[in-house]
Ligand binder design. Sequence first.
Ligand SMILES: NC(=O)c1ccc[n+]([C@@H]2O[C@H](COP(=O)([O-])OP(=O)(O)OC[C@H]3O[C@@H](n4cnc5c(N)ncnc54)[C@H](OP(=O)(O)O)[C@@H]3O)[C@@H](O)[C@H]2O)c1
Length: 225
Amino acid sequence: MSERPVAVVIGGTGYLGDAIVRAFRDGGWDAVAASRSSEDIHDRVDVTSRDSVRALMEQVRTKRGRIDAVVHAASPRLERVKPGAATSTAHAEVTVEGTKHAIDEAVAHHVPIVIVVTSEAAASDPERLSMGSYPNAKRAQEELVAASSAEHPGTLFFTVAPGFLPGGLNSDLPAAIQHAFSKRPDGGTNTREEVARTILAIATDRERYLTSGRVRPVDGTHAPF
Ligand SMILES: NC(=O)c1ccc[n+]([C@@H]2O[C@H](COP(=O)([O-])OP(=O)(O)OC[C@H]3O[C@@H](n4cnc5c(N)ncnc54)[C@H](OP(=O)(O)O)[C@@H]3O)[C@@H](O)[C@H]2O)c1
């Protein structure tokens, strides 16, 4: 049994996921960086498959003896298309169904807290954003987490919605646009480390929370930790 608390970070090999894994490890946790391309074959997961998520959780429980937090930070690439254009089903599968699989398996394995990374785009008008099904999928993801917290009162559920970050899903945009969109009112730049710190603080201090919650946005106008 691991003496350190254990976090499973789905999407832990991505831009934001990597920062979350590092924050947990720096904070004294044992963090599993899980995705389809994880270096360790045992940490690989396809969140669109419930069987795959179940196998991951069982493997972590067998090897470490405990799971103290599950973080969902997986996402397909963005589709930069005009509003109303046809898009793939990837966001429905990874963002919405994947969240359901992560939640159901976390509850089945008695994980005390589930933190789902959404996006400030969920609160924006999808017609104004050329991001295909992403904003609607993010909105559905937030609704699913809210419904799950009502359904499973024994588990804490949090959504954390970053504002625009330079890198990751936005790395296809010109550098000047990434820079401009990630500027904060105080002149600084939004960072993935700030989002990661927020997630770590929620997981570490979970005894403080009596109810599930939403943290939005994490972008310098409102960075709670
Ligand atoms: N970047 C931003 O500006 C920004 C802003 C707000 C919110 N967010 C949110 O932050 C989260 C992470 O975004 P990011 O920028 O870090 O994206 P990213 O760098 O593209 O990382 C995506 C991660 O998801 C994994 N993934 C994709 N499909 C998967 C699947 N079927 N099963 C398991 N893992 C899968 C990827 O690994 P594999 O492909 O190897 O599986 C990768 O580890 C997303 O929820 C996104 O909406 C990002």
